[in-house]
Every structure is written in C-alpha cells, then in structure tokens.
Design a binder for this molecule. Structure first.
Ligand code: GUN
Length: 312
C-alpha cells in the first residue's frame, strides 16, 4: 500500500494562517507587525531563492521584512558590524544570515554575533544549549518543522528507533537532539549516521529505523531495500539536478528514492512540498515568538523552579 504523504505544503499553509490571524489581532490592537531581517552575502542561486521565499512568506502573514544583500567580498568585520546594528535596532525582532557564507567568513562567529533573543534560526550556542536541555528557547526551523509534521499527523515517537542521516549544525544534529529529548514528539531512541559512518554500517542501521530522517544532499542515497516496511520517512534533501522538462532547467531532488520507497513506508514527505515549506512556516513562528519577547533569558538568572520536567 502506498504511504500517506506528509503534506508540508498544506500544513505550512495552516500554520501561516494561524500566524496571519495573530498579526491581524496585533494590528487591530494598534501594534506594529513583527519584523524579520535577512542578510544575504554573495549570489549563491539556491540562497537567493530561499531568501526570496522567506521574504514572500513574511509578506503573506503581514510581517515587515528587510533583505540586505552584500557582495561576496564583504569582510567578516563589516558583516559582524551590520549584524550588531540590527541587534541594537528595537524595530527588528528577528535576524538571519543566510548560509552558506564565503570561505573567508567564519560561520560560527556570525552565528554568535546575532543576539540570542533575535536568533530566529536558533543557531546561537545559547539557544542550542537551552534546546538541548529542554528549556524554552528559539529552536532551529527545519528540525522544528519536522517535529511539527510528526505532531500534526499524530505519529508516535516515544520508544521508537529514529535514525537521522547527516549531522549538520542546521538540520541533522539538532534533529537528533530534539527527537531524543523529553516531550512529544521526542523520547525516541536515536542513531545519528554521518559522512564517517562506513557504508556497511549505514546499510545495517538505516533498515532498523521506525522513523528515518535524511538530510545529506545526495539524491538516491536511500533506496527501498534500506527501508523497514511501515517506516516513517522524512526527506530533507534539496539537491538541484538538471532537467530539460522544467522552465528553470533544473528540478529539486531529495535524498530518498521516492518512487520506490513510497510503496514501503507508512508516511513519507515529498520533495518538494514536504520539509521545505515547513522550515519557512517555523521561521515565521520563531519571528512571532521573538517579537513577543517570549525568550528574554531572565529565567536563567532566577532560582531554578520545579516547573521543568526531570527527564534524567
Ligand atoms: N541555509 C540553508 N538552510 C538555512 C537556514 O535554515 N538558515 C540559514 N540562515 N541559512 C540556511
């Protein structure tokens, strides 16, 4: 039987409508809308499209948005100064610097420069630490989008074996942490495979997955013989491959052989239309949360309360 599609396009639309309703309520109450600033260095074609999609999504929900483009040759110091200007601007709620950055700029320095309360990508070490320990914080949008899909399709995760393939700072690693943490979705047994996992180990571990999350960028990496019957398959891959039957001359391919795997899985994300639109929806939700100053971190300076679940 063919798998049920995890329809990220439809779910993200629902989330955007929820956000738009909230922005309408804010505006009726005389408040300014949330404001997202996106910094883009150079002209990587995929990044240009991602950023344009983020701007469009802001417009759809009634947010203000600003895109600042910089030449590839901008110095690291200059980029850090720009980030700092937006940190200090009280009319800016969220800041993202689109990755990847040119080689002369250290991404960790840029990530660390964004104030944690405006870090709507959830990449700052403070937010990553808080996320890991299950404290309230801004969490990375793609992993949050994956968990939101699992939540809205009511897919149980507790005690399941979740195999994550790819250990990137943006997707694989935070997803592995979020799937193992307390809460629903969460509480899974997690295996994290990456580029140093020998192919024979990958072939042994992936078929054990009840929930398989793949974020590598290698089309066709996951074939049907590697998927356990009835597994939930989430494909985060977005590789451009040349195509002569599309207007753009390329098409986006995931890491999973969708045509084969859809007949073996119980749920599967399409590419495009799966995780991609969820990332944008969760970025918008983070921006709304940052606007509401939900995460001011002052709770970290108070005596610990007993309101956090002990999940040791
Ligand atoms: N590049 C690819 N994905 C992302 C993302 O989620 N945020 C940023 N800033 N850059 C990216």
């Amino acid at each position: 039987m063919a798998a049920t599609l995890l329809d990220g396009k439809a779910v993200s639309q629902q989330i955007k409508e929820e956000i738009r309703d909230e922005v309408t309520r804010l505006s009726t109450a005389g408040q300014r809308p949330p404001h997202l600033v996106v910094l883009l260095v150079g002209d990587n074609p995929a990044s240009v499209i991602y950023v344009r999609n983020k701007m469009r999504a802001c417009e759809m929900v009634g947010f203000s948005s600003t895109m600042k483009r910089f030449p590839e040759a901008i110095t690291e110091a200059e980029l850090l100064r720009k980030v700092n200007d937006f940190n200090r601007d009280p009319d800016v709620d969220g800041i993202i610097v689109q990755m990847p950055l040119p080689d002369h700029i250290t991404p960790q320095k840029v990530t660390q420069a964004i104030h944690p309360s405006k870090d709507v990508d959830g990449f700052h070490p403070l937010n990553v630490g808080l996320m890991t320990l299950n404290f309230p914080c801004l969490m990375p949008a793609t992993p949050s989008g994956i968990l939101e899909l699992l939540r809205r399709y009511q897919i149980p995760t507790k005690g399941k074996h979740c195999v994550v393939v790819g250990r990137s700072r943006i997707v694989g690693r935070p997803t592995s942490i979020m799937m193992s943490r307390g809460g629903q979705p969460g509480e899974a047994t997690v295996s994290l495979c990456h580029k140093y996992t020998p192919p024979e180990d990958l072939a042994r571990i992936v078929p054990q997955a009840d929930i398989l999350i793949v974020a590598v960028g290698k089309p066709g990496l996951i074939t049907a013989d590697m998927v356990k019957p009835g597994a939930v398959v989430i494909d985060v891959g977005t590789t451009r491959v040349p195509a002569d039957d599309t207007k753009s001359g390329y098409r986006i391919k995931g890491d999973v052989d969708f045509a084969e795997v859809k007949d073996k899985a119980s749920f599967i994300t399409p590419v495009p239309g799966g995780v991609g639109p969820m990332t944008i929806a969760l970025l918008l939700r983070n921006t709304l949360d940052a606007y509401k100053q939900r995460f001011d971190f002052s709770h970290l300076l108070q005596t610990p309360s007993n309101s956090y679940e002990d999940e040791s």
